[in-house]
Design a protein around this ligand. Sequence first.
Ligand SMILES: [Cu+2]
Length: 129
Amino acid sequence: MFRKSLLLIIFATLLAACGGSEGTTAEISAEMTDLMFTPTNFEAPAGAEVTLKLTNSGAVEHNFIILKQGAVYTSGADIKPEDVILNAKLAAGESGEFAFKIDEAGEYAVVCNVPGHLEAGMVGKLVVK
Ligand SMILES: [Cu+2]
């Protein structure tokens, strides 16, 4: 219980520290094809409610996975669920909207973990600032 409260206090402090963007929204768009993200690099404001507008124009399923900083993996199959911030999965030809919010500025890896896709270079980068 004490631990949980402490975490909340730390979280609240972090939020206050970047209060400038609190309550703001942003939107990014991405297209997935066989086997890449377009664009490859994305930017989002720290602490903003971000809407990801995603389209899968490929012939197979793809997903747009945002990984926590420091996530260690060697293949798509190797990604640990606890390292995943967002997993936006779309079947071929589908479009969808997804939401995420990242408070900490930095670089985050974007990958598709359908077997073989990450390994084939279906990766991108999200810069939060
Ligand atoms: Cu893919």
